[in-house]
Every structure is written in C-alpha cells, then in structure tokens.
Design a protein around this ligand. Structure first.
Ligand SMILES: [Zn+2]
Length: 397
C-alpha cells in the first residue's frame, strides 16, 4: 500500500466533509460523554467495559489531525493533547475551527464535567456509540412508555405525559415521601408487580440515603441542587441564589441525574414559564396545549373561531418549539419542524437569555435560511405578548 493509498483510506474512514468542524466537535463530544460515563461507572465499582477509546472519539481526533495538516499546522500528537484542548475555548484551539462567533468561547470540558455545549453536541451526534448510554434518552423513552400505559384514550395518555414531564421540571430534588405523590397516581405494574412509574423515576434520579430529616442547598428559582459555598446558580438564564431546602424524608431523598437535569429539567424551565404565562390567556378566546401529540411541538395555542368555538379544525393554531441551546449554530443546523404539527403560525421560541445574547439570533437565522419551513424566531416574552394580543382580538400577522 502506498502512502497516498493509506492516506486515502484514512480519509474515507472519517468522511469527506473534514471542513465541517461541528461534525468533528459532535464526535469528540460523543466520545467524551462515553469516556466520562465509563469513568463514573468504574468509580462506582463496575468492571471497565473495554480498554479502548470510543470510536467517536478516535474518528473526531483523526478528523482534527487532517484539519491540522490541511492548515499547515502540526497535528495533535496524542489523545492527551486533544483532551487538553477540550478544556480551552474553541477559539483558542491550535487547530483553527470554523465555528460561529457565538460559539468561540465554548469549552467541551468544564471542570470535571462535560460542558453544556458538549452535551448538546453529543446528543446531536446520531448513531454514535455514546447515544444509547445517555441517561436522558433512556428516561425519555420510559416517560413515553409510562404515559402510554396510563391512559385508555389519546387524551388520557397525553395528560399522563404532561404530568410526568412537568414532574421532571418541577422536581430536581425529591424526598422519598414526595415520591408517593407520583406512585399514588401512576399505579400500573408489570407482571412482577413492579410499578412502571418507578422504573421511569429510577432512570431519572439518584438516591441519597440520609436515615432521617435531610437538608440540602438548592437554587431559590429553578430548584437545582447546588454545592455549598456557591454564590449564584449556574443554570442557563437562572438568576436564583442558594437556599437551604429542608426535606421531610422517611429514609432519604433523590436527585436528578445530571443528563436528565441538563437535557430535560433546565431546557424545560422556559417551557414551564410559557405554560404559566399562556395559562392566563382569557378563557374561551384561547386554549393552551402543552407538548401536543406527546411532543410534536412544545406549546400550541388554539384560538377558536367565534362562529364555531367547539371545532378545532376551524380554530387558528399557533405552535412553537422552545429551545434553550448553548450553540445557536448547532440549534439552527439540527432544527426541524415536526410535520405532525400543522399550524398557521410556527415559531422557534428562544428563552430571553439566549435571545439577548450577542450574535445568537443572527447565527441562528443564518443557519436556518432556506430550510426553516416558515418558522419564525421569537423571544419567549414576545410570543406571550403576541398571543395575548391575538386572544384580545388584535392581529399583528
Ligand atoms: Zn437556578
């Protein structure tokens, strides 16, 4: 085999679109997710599954290696070197990456954990070997299954789905006594007598045994557990401060797994704010639908036709997806409107803290150009005020 042939084979292995640095970052992030998951398992006493680094990681490193050569730079000499880069802002990597202005400050590893940016990237790396291990994917599948087992009609299933998903957003920390509220309502069991809802719950939470009354530091606004001594909650967009939460417990309490917190609880905060605000629209003039069709979109508002208020087909529908992503570019590239959700007006709703972030909306709109399916980008505040105006009779579009 000639050198040229070897290079050619190696190139084929990593795909031809080497210049797509977001693809490289997704692969590295998926690999890191797997590496950190493995480390965590070993720390908890499990046998290591394999001594090899994940395929996604190796492909990502190979792509970086090519990118460096292409730029006339020295390629990374070891995995350790690339690990070290993962702690640097993307704009400071020795290999120049083509990333948007709003992403240059992002890191892949933050402290000892995957950054929020890397979390998103890992989730978007489809079919990577990290995907199946991501806790939030398992939890989401169990949430849907539990909902389906607790309704005889589509409507009942939908109600169960909304209740379970809201539980995750409202309860980052739960005592064992509070858990009874959930098990008291969702009573279906498998053939061994085990509650389905318990299976869902266990996939989303970690147990902390205290043996008696417990207290922990949590955020005053979003409720996330915080380390003692921290001054501000680090949850995106949250301005809460640490407070002590006293828990009435039988034997212990539960804390959400990090993946579930980052992917379901934190992005759910904007959904909950929208639900709360839109729930106060004048009755009879607007109807709120939470995650209609088990998540065909996040929020829909139905404005009934005064001539036929009971006929949803004659109503005007507004539907929105609320997305709290660190990276506007990755959001824009991955955003797809669910075609099940037919609505006259379609929105991509951004939490206020993203909408106001420098370059964010520009980067997002640029990525969405030409394939946005008529979806408008709007802030959460504007969405609510436009919906209110529409309910009160004025139409702005
Ligand atoms: Zn908070």
């Amino acid at each position: 085999m000639t050198v040229h042939q070897a290079a050619h084979d190696r190139l084929a292995e990593v795909g031809s679109n080497i210049a797509d640095d977001y693809m490289t970052l997704k692969l590295l992030a998926a690999g890191l997710a797997r590496i950190l998951w493995e480390r965590q398992r070993v720390r908890e006493g499990a046998e290591p599954t394999t001594g090899l680094l994940p395929q996604a990681w190796r492909t990502g490193v190979t792509r970086l290696w090519w990118r460096a050569l292409e730029q006339g730079n020295n390629p990374p000499v070891s995995d350790m070197e690339v690990f070290a880069w993962c702690r640097l802002p993307l704009g400071c990597w020795p290999v120049r990456l083509d990333v948007s202005d709003s992403d240059v400050e992002s890191l892949l590893i933050d402290g000892e954990e995957l950054s929020a940016f890397a979390d998103e990237a890992a989730r978007l790396a489809a079919r990577s070997d990290a995907e199946a291990e991501l806790t939030e994917n398992r939890t989401f599948a169990k949430l849907q299954a539990t909902a389906e087992l607790h309704g005889r009609t589509e409507e009942e299933v939908q109600q169960a789905y909304v209740a379970l998903r809201l539980f995750l957003i409202e309860s980052p920390v739960v005592s064992d006594l509070e858990l009874n509220k959930l098990t008291g309502r969702f009573k279906e069991v498998d053939r061994h007598g085990y509650l389905y809802v318990r299976d869902f719950f266990d996939s989303a939470y970690q147990y902390r045994k205290t043996g008696g009354p417990a207290s922990c530091w949590v955020c005053s606004d979003c409720g996330n557990p915080l380390h003692e001594g921290i001054e501000m909650c680090g949850t995106p967009g949250c301005t809460g401060v640490p407070v002590v939460k006293k828990l009435k417990v039988l034997e212990g309490y539960y804390v959400q797994h990090r993946g579930v917190r980052v992917c379901m609880h934190d992005p759910g905060l904007v959904e909950k704010r929208l639900f709360d605000a839109l729930g106060h629209l004048p009755k009879g003039r607007a109807r709120l639908h939470k995650w209609p069709g088990m998540d065909a979109c996040d929020v829909a508002v139905e404005f009934p036709d005064p001539a036929a208020p009971g006929d949803p087909d004659r109503s005007e529908w507004w539907a929105g997806d609320a997305k709290d992503y660190t990276s506007a570019t990755m959001l824009g590239r991955s955003f797809k409107w669910d075609q099940r959700m037919r609505a006259r007006h379609r929105f991509l709703i951004l939490p206020q803290h993203r909408f106001e972030q420098k370059h964010y909306v520009d980067d997002l709109k640029r990525e969405m150009q030409g394939r946005s399916d008529g979806v408008r980008v709007i802030s959460e505040g504007d969405f609510v005020s436009q919906a209110r105006a529409r309910a009160l009779g004025s139409t702005s579009w």
